[in-house]
Design a protein around this ligand. Structure first.
Ligand SMILES: Cc1cc2nc3c(=O)[nH]c(=O)nc-3n(C[C@H](O)[C@H](O)[C@H](O)COP(=O)(O)O)c2cc1C
Length: 191
């Protein structure tokens, strides 16, 4: 989705780490500082104001969730954004449970397939992932699969995910390779 003339990109970054100054946060800040337009960073950690999906199937026939809580505001922000980024640590090969619980509420967007009102993807998406273990091939596969599927449901095409393994030993300031990939992602999202 290219903004209309005179309008700026609107990026929503949804983060999932309980550590406010952790590795996910440093990757998020590094990217956000390089994005043009409006950028909002929103934490999905420990959101007790958002109830979990109950698979009630209301959204199979209605274009909304029947649970009325703080998720409504997040959905509104997701719909207004033309750039969506998920940023999360890896917990046992996937995203943290508290973030997953919130993102399961995106079922209403997935159900567009059943309702027959799925739209063409017009947005751009990004993924930032931090993992403590030394880097190995399948370290981020589970998280990427989950979050890519969610970006697709939101109508966003996923750019190359930026992953940073080995965070038990090194952070972003010691990882020029990750910094370079974050800069490339910013360029792609700004285009
Ligand atoms: C419950 C739990 C499970 C974890 N599972 C993995 C894992 O499967 N693979 C991995 O590389 N790191 C794993 N880690 C380490 C985190 O991914 C790592 O500490 C990461 O940098 C945390 O990001 P943060 O600093 O943004 O919170 C796990 C950490 C916790 C607390």
């Amino acid at each position: 989705m290219t903004p209309a003339a005179g309008q700026e990109h609107r990026t929503l970054i949804l983060t999932g780490s309980p550590r406010k100054k952790g590795h996910t946060a440093s990757m998020t800040d590094y990217l956000a500082q390089r994005l043009t337009g409006q950028t909002e960073i929103l934490s999905l950690d420990d959101r007790r104001d958002i109830r979990p999906c109950r698979d009630c199937r209301y959204c199979f026939t209605h274009g909304e969730c029947c649970i009325k809580d703080a998720m409504e505001e997040i959905c509104q922000k997701l719909e207004q954004a033309d750039r969506i980024v998920f940023a999360a640590p890896v917990y046992f090969y996937n995203i943290p449970g508290s973030m997953k619980s919130v993102l399961d509420r995106l079922q209403v967007y997935w159900a567009a397939v059943l309702r027959g009102d799925k739209k063409e993807p017009v947005k751009k998406g990004g993924l930032l992932l931090a993992g403590g273990a030394p880097e190995f091939p399948e370290q981020f596969t589970g998280s990427i699969q989950t979050l890519k599927c969610m970006l697709d449901d939101l109508g966003a095409v996923c750019e190359e995910p930026v992953t940073m393994g080995g965070t038990d030993k090194k952070g972003l300031s010691e990882r020029p390779d990750v910094q370079a990939r974050l800069k490339r992602l910013a360029d792609r999202l700004n285009a």
